[in-house]
Design a protein around this ligand. Sequence first.
Ligand SMILES: Cc1cc2nc3c(=O)[nH]c(=O)nc-3n(C[C@H](O)[C@H](O)[C@H](O)COP(=O)(O)OP(=O)(O)OC[C@H]3O[C@@H](n4cnc5c(N)ncnc54)[C@H](O)[C@@H]3O)c2cc1C
Length: 327
Amino acid sequence: MGTVLALMELSRDREVLPSSLEALAVGKMIAEKVGLKLAALVMGGGIEQAAESLRAFPTDEVLVVDQPLLEVYQPELYTQAVEQVCSEIKPDYLVMGETFQSIDLAPRLAFALDSGLVTGCVDLEFDSGETLFIKPVYSGNVMAAYAVEGVPRLATFRSKSFEPAKPGESAPSPVRSLAISLDQSSVKIQAVEQVLSGNGHAQGLENAEIVVSGGRGLGGPEGFEILRELADQLGGALGASRPPCDLGWIEPSAQVGITGAIVAPDLYVAVGISGSTQHVGGMEGAKTIVAINDKEDAPIFKIADYGVAGDYKEVLPQLLEGLGRSK
Ligand SMILES: Cc1cc2nc3c(=O)[nH]c(=O)nc-3n(C[C@H](O)[C@H](O)[C@H](O)COP(=O)(O)OP(=O)(O)OC[C@H]3O[C@@H](n4cnc5c(N)ncnc54)[C@H](O)[C@@H]3O)c2cc1C
């Protein structure tokens, strides 16, 4: 029986990321539809607890590669590690949550494994024995269905496209440690330092349940100070449209959109953002969208659930005061 391998990514605290649990749910769906086993693969250094936590989820096996050299993401070593796991397990599918790490790793794996990859998937279809990977294209105006040639079929899945896997009630899944050998001589990229983004959101924009984003309408970096207050007040992450990132008002990792982070939070607050297709393509999956814009005819209001037409400098202080009072 073949296998669906779901690659688990860990946070700095070595906890399995929500997007990986979503990938695990995707893996389970494929395994059930196609009639395959499901294995979760977790890699890193000192990851016993993460491996143990994964046993509670309904998988056939938890595969563990615990190696000090994998403690920090290093593209060449991670590629080697997954390649070796694949040569032993021979998975039919390799699925991952879409993160900054998997955006880097997945194409390397597709090349190393001589297989096909679909990135940014939001859905799956099963058609006459073929698994189709569904993703938005042309700024989200078209949904395209891709079949993958080669084995394993590789795919990354946008955050919040699927409900995360939940711990099951059956006996804990068995754990298997895999021994791999890493060749450091092939390493061309050295990780020098890891810096937590100024965003400060532990799980990144993609996994945040609330995102508060600012656009060019904020007028400068000082506009982001009051926006940060709102994000903190709501317990959310701070995002931005592209111009504030390009202009250096906020760090580039805050960019939301088709060339930035794709987010699908429960609440997205867009302040001073016009609603270009490139921005909307990265946040239209949000459950509730609130827009604050001084132009009543701004396109963002077309997709907003709630809108305030006004100058953010007047609206935000009132909003903050109201939130303070409601606490
Ligand atoms: C290939 C390509 C990829 C791109 N990728 C992305 C991407 O990933 N993400 C992204 O965001 N953009 C992206 N862009 C840029 C995109 O086309 C838009 O230029 C950008 O999204 C506009 O950002 P904005 O809405 O902040 O600015 P603007 O379009 O300038 O809008 C500013 C808004 O603020 C409002 N405003 C002004 N003053 C105030 C005030 N005091 N109070 C309240 N509202 C106010 C204005 O009415 C206006 O609606 C991309 C472009 C290209 C060509």
